[in-house]
Write a protein that binds this ligand. Structure first.
Ligand code: GSH
Length: 211
């Protein structure tokens, strides 16, 4: 059964799932949904009651929430395992994913990237206050990640894990902003991680082109 991925082409969260699909070479088709478009709501609300992306369908299973999706894909399909077997590394992996969800996405993507890059590219109004707030909040996130990053080349372990897939779309968008590049430069371990990961095929082939 082919996976159906309900996604919006610019979604940072959708890209996490795409990276996992690419890492594990899972066949899939993409169904385009724009969660920001109010008209898209009615049918899609049956699949995702909170009207976000991504969601997947696999046979009779419909699933939303990115970390549930990526864990499911990792466990239901062959290919490289993306969850470390070492218990401490696995805990770190889950911690990084939760940091991204609870503290990272909004400042890095919805405040810094959106206000500094996305809105100007698409001729949308820019909210300088939101950008300033995003820069301040992002510093806490980067500092926290710098403290816990593994010394083994990846964010949580010695091999690429779901945590790397969860974090890279956020940092990739963040560093499209000049403010983001400058800030990341203050964190040597995170910068080295980013340099190591950004050219990985699953990361390069899923990077959205803005225009
Ligand atoms: N908790 C959700 C978050 C997904 C999410 O926020 N997706 C964004 C796109 S990257 C979205 O659909 N935004 C629509 C909106 O905020 O109205 C998950 O883990 O999948």
């Amino acid at each position: 059964m082919t996976i159906e991925l309900f996604n919006f082409k610019f979604s940072a969260y959708g890209r996490i799932v795409k990276i996992v699909l690419a890492e594990k070479k899972i066949k899939h088709v993409i169904r385009d949904i724009n969660p920001f478009d109010m008209d898209a709501a009615d049918d899609y609300l049956q699949i995702h009651p909170f009207k976000r992306v991504p969601a997947i369908r696999h046979g009779d299973l419909f699933l939303y929430e990115t970390s549930a999706i990526t864990q499911y894909l990792d466990e239901a399909f062959g290919g490289p395992s993306l969850q470390p077997t070492n218990i401490q590394e696995r805990a770190r992996m889950r911690q990084v994913m939760a940091i991204v969800d609870n503290y990272g996405y909004r400042p890095l993507v919805r405040k810094v990237f959106s206000e500094s890059v996305f809105n100007p590219v698409f001729d949308q109004p820019v909210d300088k206050e939101l950008l300033k707030e995003g820069i301040e909040e992002s510093a806490f996130v980067l500092r926290a990640l710098e403290k816990i990053i593994s010394d083994n080349g990846y964010i949580a372990s010695s091999t690429f894990s779901l945590a790397d897939a969860h974090l890279i779309p956020m940092v990739d968008y963040f560093t499209m902003a000049q403010e983001g590049i400058e800030m990341l430069g203050d964190y040597s371990k995170l910068s080295a991680w980013y340099e190591h990961i950004k050219g990985r095929p699953s990361v390069e082939t899923t990077r959205p082109l803005l225009k």
